[in-house]
Write a protein that binds this ligand. Sequence first.
Ligand SMILES: [Zn+2]
Ligand SMILES: [Zn+2]
Length: 167
Amino acid sequence: MIRVEVNALSKQAAGKFHTHHEETPQGFVDAVSHASEERGLRLTPLRKEVLELVAAAGKPVKAYDLLDQLRERHGNAAPPTVYRALDFLLEQGFIHKLESVNAFVSCHHPAEAHQVPFLICDVCSSAQEVCDERVAALIESQAESFGFRPQAQTLEVHGVCRNCRKD
Ligand SMILES: [Zn+2]
Ligand SMILES: [Zn+2]
């Protein structure tokens, strides 16, 4: 049974608890279920299904691809509902949105709200979280020195992943 740290929303905790690294889609969905329960949130069937689809994709997936898959299964998944489910999952930090490719990817440690840079492969479209909170902390402290109050960080590095490199 996977236990997840739920009080890890606090900033200084976020950098240190990287022990619950969910590798399989099922492990990920289980971890999110636990986190939701402990936060008193309702993981509705649709939210759960959207989550499963994002996890199963294994790489960033676009909202309209999710919509297509849901339509195949149900025929009646209305777009606003899917977007609301995605919003919920984003707000809770269970998934990330990659702005530069306008796609969603499951978070490797869904029990922690965090902002991390992503490495995005332009060949196979895979995305890798950079699990190091120092980057976010550095940007935060730089912003502070400019008297700037950050609300969201998006740091996406494009390139070619290890599997796709030919050199
Ligand atoms: Zn993450
Ligand atoms: Zn690649």
